[in-house]
Design a protein around this ligand. Structure first.
Ligand code: ADP
Length: 609
């Protein structure tokens, strides 16, 4: 589902003002003040020489002359100081707004419906939104500069137009025309940059990839063993020369436009000053007026040029803001507070998938096809199938992470779409293949809570059940050991198998009525694997469990096994029943068994079976 908000610049500016009032109201006041300072400084600068000359030519007393000059100079000094001070204040407060917007998008990312996270369009919006408020030169920081400059330029432009109107409206027309030509010349460069940005970004991205690879400890082994250094270096060199070529073309264009621009400035300023001189010589304007118009003419073109530039900039930022708001306002369809409570979670209820089909993206193929499956309370089910058969997808549907394209998932007879989804998630203790572990203490990981709230006795039981207790007690700080050496100097790293056990302990600690284990033995050594099978019934007593594996031998301890192929249940029964059927399960089992007999350490992939 594509979702793109299209707000106008005015609507987005209003949104930005509302957000700033919420996040950092002072910033609005600073922006208003700096706009005033930005306008007043050039106005006073233009009026100062005129006033002084007038005072002199009118023969005003020295005292008055000095007072007027001092007052205007003082005003200029104060305003310039204020302008610089406000610029600094705005700079720092933009950080606050960045953090404000960043928090909004982080929250959205953390809480959005899981299926949004699997949606490519949503993910693109998410990436752009994070980039939009990352740093003080990001889109969201630039919007404040653009607003300040736009209004400063607008006010300045109107004021100078007013002054020039007293001289000759045709002069305004002439200045506008020449400024516009200059503006469009410069815009051609911006357009060229926009048009060739993908090319430049491509070079930079590939160079960045190589830079990151040099710094990546995970890639370090492969890079050495597969002698990838020279290859990566070659990629860097090729892209660097592409990037330099881009900059050469850019500089050549910039030079041509700058030359044309300078010629235009010469014509514009030359013609206007000649005209002003003519008026002065003819006595139509006084010397004081000549001086005033002289600086107003220069200022007028600058205001107008910058105003046009800011309009373009606002248009550009508007696009980024629309992407940002599309992300923040991306529809959430799962029920949360408004949903039904799931009720008692001490005992599992019957679960059912009724005619469930599912496909990723709108036009993809069905990954789950018209699947029916019932899980009685407390039943231990094994789901087997080769890689890509749809096992993980099935689990995501059961847990309510994704929703069926067709059909229904029921828990205790209720369509799970009606439940408060957050409560529904609470019914599951799950171990997924792609997991997330925070760099906190082992105890906190198991309890998914802070130290003060941990039930240590329960954590110990779960770690024992998962077969990790011995390892944890061997660590100097036991359950208080910090996980992740890359984060903590005195942290611990766990092997793949130990991490899997830690995840199992975490799933058990939840004391959830349903446990889902997606390939929980993939990284376990045979001893640990065997121990898990032996204790499984005991540890999981009273819970509904779904044990997923692509290795058929590993699920024989479950009383009911379903074989999934191409999103359908093709066979089901106990291990013995399935073998006796001499069907697909038997065939796959034999192939894998033969393989394991020949390669006791081997893994089976769909290509091999
Ligand atoms: P299994 O767990 O049995 O290996 P999965 O449920 O992970 O299989 O995947 C089933 C099919 O769905 C595969 O063809 C896989 O490529 C596809 N698939 C899985 N996740 C996604 C996703 N996020 N987007 C698109 N396709 C996906």
């Amino acid at each position: 589902m594509e979702y793109d908000r299209k707000y106008t610049v005015r609507q987005n500016l209003a949104y930005c003002v509302r957000a700033t009032r919420q996040g950092c109201p002072k910033l609005l006041a600073f922006c208003l003040l700096v706009i005033l300072a930005n306008c007043l400084i050039p106005m006073i600068t233009a009026w100062l020489p005129k006033t002084v000359i007038e005072e002199i030519t009118e023969g005003s007393p020295l005292r008055r002359l000095l007072t007027v000059t001092a007052a205007m100079t003082l005003a200029l000094a104060v305003l310039s100081g204020l302008q610089k001070y406000l610029d600094r204040l705005i700079y720092w407060n933009k950080f606050k707004m960045n953090a404000f917007f960043l928090r909004k998008i982080t929250r959205k990312g953390l809480t959005t419906d899981y299926r949004n996270q699997e949606n490519e369009h949503f993910r693109a919006l998410q990436n752009e939104s994070f980039a939009s408020c990352n740093g003080n030169f990001s889109h969201y920081a630039r919007i404040y500069d653009a607003i300040v400059l736009f209004f400063s330029n607008l006010l300045g432009f109107l004021a100078f137009t007013g002054i020039l109107l007293t001289l000759n409206p045709l002069l305004i027309l002439f200045l506008c025309l020449t400024t516009l030509v200059s503006f469009f010349l410069n815009r051609r460069i911006s357009k060229w940059i926009e048009g060739s940005n993908d090319e430049k970004a491509g070079y930079e991205q590939r160079m960045q990839y190589v830079i990151r690879a040099a710094d990546d400890t995970r890639a370090a082994k492969d890079i050495r063993l597969y002698r990838m250094a020279a290859w990566l270096d070659g990629i860097y060199e090729k892209n660097l020369s592409g990037l330099l070529g881009w900059y050469r073309r850019y500089t050549a264009k910039l030079f041509r436009v700058s030359a044309a621009d300078s010629a235009l400035v010469l014509v514009r300023e030359g013609a206007t000053y000649a005209y002003l001189l003519y008026l002065a010589v003819k006595g139509r304007i006084s010397v004081a007026e000549f001086v005033l118009y002289f600086s107003v003419v220069a200022g007028f073109s600058a205001w107008l040029g910058s105003l046009l530039g800011q309009i373009t900039e606002l248009g550009r930022l508007n696009h980024a803001m629309n992407r940002f708001r599309s992300y923040l306002e991306y529809p959430e369809t799962y029920l949360r507070e408004g949903g039904k409570p799931t009720g008692d979670r001490s005992a599992p209820k019957k679960m059912e998938l009724r005619h469930v089909s599912f496909r990723y993206g709108g036009d993809g193929e069905d990954v789950i096809r018209d699947l029916n499956l019932t899980l009685e309370p407390g039943e231990h089910l094994a789901v087997v199938g080769l890689n890509g058969a749809g096992k993980t997808t099935l689990v995501k549907l059961l847990c309510g992470l994704t929703e069926p394209t067709e059909g229904t998932v029921l828990y205790g007879g209720t369509d799970i779409r009606e439940f408060n989804r957050d409560e529904y998630y609470g019914l599951f203790g799950a171990v997924f293949q792609d997991y997330s572990i925070l760099p906190v203490t082992i105890g906190e990981i198991v309890a998914e809570d802070e130290e003060g709230n941990i039930d240590h006795a329960l954590a110990e039981t779960c770690l024992k059940q998962a077969g990790l207790w011995k390892k944890i007690t061997s660590l100097p700080e036991g359950v208080k050991s910090k996980y992740d050496k890359t984060f903590w100097d005195d942290g611990v790293n766990l092997s793949g198998g130990e991490t899997q056990k830690l995840l199992l302990a975490r799933a058990l600690y939840r004391q959830a009525p349903v446990i889902v284990l997606d390939e929980p033995t993939a990284a376990l050594d045979p001893v640990s694997e065997n121990r898990l099978y032996e204790t499984y019934d005991e540890v999981m007593r009273g819970k509904t469990t779904v044990f997923i594996s692509h290795r058929l031998a590993s699920t024989r301890f479950c009383r009911r096994i379903v074989l999934i192929e191409h999103g359908r249940i093709t066979e089901e029964g106990t291990h013995e029943e399935l073998l006796a059927k001499k069907g697909r399960y038997h065939e796959l089992f034999e192939t894998q068994a033969k393989y394991y007999r020949e390669n006791p350490e081997g893994e089976v992939d769909s290509d091999e079976a």
